[in-house]
Design a protein around this ligand. Structure first.
Ligand code: CA
Ligand code: CA
Ligand code: CA
Length: 503
């Protein structure tokens, strides 16, 4: 039967934790593979959608003395974590510990389509423990995880989405449409669907951001070019008028191929920050700007400029008493392999906190799981010399280490993508998810976006694939009717809303 056993262990993670204070999680898979990346017959690395793993046609083994160092007894408490993808329906062993001379099975973990069993040798003979509530994805179980809810045909292609609430009015979505006529669309949620509420003239709008000052609701758009007539680029802030029930132009700010706005408050003061991507002369190393609200003039004024390289996204977040701004730098004029910067707010301005090497970074997504703080980067693509691009590259999740006072690499996820990718974090019940927008692999825009589920030690594991075309943004939102995910397309005049099923 062994030749039929062809599991892929995705993510290359396979831990056994011996519950002793001086023992750490062990990667059993890497113990069984040759060191230095040497080839082993019957074993090769594979990539399936968002995960990378090892494909085997025969079992791998290694002496257990390698892992039981200074450990005379089998640990009293332990846990084994495995991620695999298999087409096998028979009962097969995932892991076994064998006494070599007697060829006796001491411990084994086996699975079939229905269940997972731990088999072990005890003084009473062979015993087994069956696990009923095991998450065995059979390829069918999760296909109805999300339901198509609304197909929304838009006036042109869409980059960014922003879903927001206007207190005592309702839920809205601002969509950054490419064409300037009729421009971007502000949609209102009525009877469980989005309906067009207002058009606003924009110029290759890249994203929208909403914010509230006092009890006033604002929207700011990043226009990535200027009107053909004037050539002068600007982004515009709009304010919601209760009387007219729509957004009216409020303030205009000079921007350069603006990609993203971030809005935040620090000590009751309102700020706006813009990611300036490139000047008209092609220069990418330019200033991005942080504006501060002046309550006297009721307008935003420049507070600080920071030098960025083809800035694409900004992410503000607060951890305890500290405020951070992460900048995704995408391109310096020659390379996409450059540093992105995280700033920390000290003495009334953002100061350098940490740089992280990124590859055409298009998005930073901060999220929390319990009291842990994570920052995920979407690496767009790696641009080689002579303009050739590599699209299948790692995107990385970092975790804030409070002792080291820096973000440390937590997990690499292989993505297939081009510009305008996005990570979106969301929580359903007590489960946490990340969805990624995969937009282009160098050949096609018709790609799956992938939903990952948080599985503790294993990190994020891919669980669901959603077909999308030129996906540019994901947005999660909840209403009285339930929880939804919406995606926009940079290639089609089409936005889709999915309803999420909760168990
Ligand atoms: Ca952002
Ligand atoms: Ca994001
Ligand atoms: Ca998003």
């Amino acid at each position: 039967m062994e030749n039929e056993w062809r599991p892929k262990i995705s993510g290359g993670r396979c831990f056994a934790q011996w519950h002793l204070s001086d023992l750490f999680p062990l990667d059993l898979l890497s113990h069984s593979l040759p060191q230095g990346g040497h080839a082993l017959s019957g074993v090769h690395t594979v990539q399936a959608e968002g995960a990378r793993g090892v494909h085997m046609t025969s079992p791998l083994s290694f002496p257990s003395s390698q892992v039981f160092v200074n450990c005379l007894m089998f640990p009293h408490e332990f846990s084994i974590m495995v991620t695999l993808k298999t087409t096998c329906s028979k009962r097969e062993y995932l892991l076994s510990v064998v006494q070599e001379e007697k060829k006796q099975l001491l411990l084994g973990l086996r699975f079939s389509e229905e269940q997972l069993q731990l088999v072990y040798h005890s003084p009473r003979g062979r015993e087994r423990l069956s696990f009923q509530r095991v998450w065995l994805a059979d390829g069918k179980e999760h296909l109805d995880y999300v339901d198509g809810h609304q197909d929304l045909y838009t006036s042109s292609e869409t980059y960014g989405l922003e879903v927001f609430q206007i207190p005592s009015v309702g839920l809205f979505a601002a969509m950054a449409h490419r064409s300037s006529k009729p421009g971007s669309g502000i949609y209102r949620w009525r009877d469980g669907r989005f309906e067009l509420h207002q058009n606003i003239t924009t110029f290759e709008a890249h994203s929208w951001k909403h914010f509230i000052i006092g009890n006033k609701v604002f929207l700011v758009v990043s226009n990535s070019r200027g009107p053909v007539s004037s050539g002068k680029e600007a982004s515009v802030i709009y304010k919601w008028s209760d009387k007219k029930q729509k957004f009216l132009r409020y303030q205009t700010l000079e921007t350069y191929s603006a990609r993203d706005w971030e809005a935040f408050h620090i000590q009751n003061q309102a700020f706006l920050a813009v990611a300036n991507h490139r000047k008209g002369n092609g220069e990418h190393k330019i200033n991005s700007v942080i504006y501060k609200w002046n309550p006297g003039t009721r307008a935003f004024e420049v507070n600080q400029t920071i030098l960025t390289s083809g800035a694409y996204d900004l992410e503000f977040f607060t951890v305890g008493p500290y405020h951070f701004l992460a900048v995704a730098n995408a391109f310096d004029g020659t390379s996409t392999s450059i540093d992105s910067t995280i700033y920390i707010w000290l003495r009334g301005a953002f100061q350098h906190f940490q740089t992280i090497r990124t590859f055409g970074a298009t998005d930073w997504e901060m999220f929390r799981i319990g009291d842990r703080v994570f920052l995920a980067v979407a690496n767009g693509h790696m641009l080689y010399m002579h303009g050739k691009s590599l699209y299948a590259i790692n995107s990385t999740i970092y975790e804030l280490d409070l002792n080291a006072q820096m973000f440390l690499r937590f997990q690499d996820i292989v993505l297939v993508c081009l510009f305008a990718v996005d990570w979106e974090f969301f929580t359903l019940g007590d489960e946490h998810f990340l969805v990624v927008a995969n937009s282009y692999n160098g050949l096609s825009y018709s790609l799956n976006s992938v939903i990952y589920r948080w599985q503790g030690y294993e990190g994020f594991v891919p669980i669901h694939w959603l077909p999308t075309i030129g996906c540019s943004d994901w947005e999660f939102f909840s209403t009285m009717e339930g929880s939804f995910l919406m995606y926009s397309s940079a290639r089609q005049s089409f936005t889709k809303v999915f309803k999420l099923k909760t168990r």
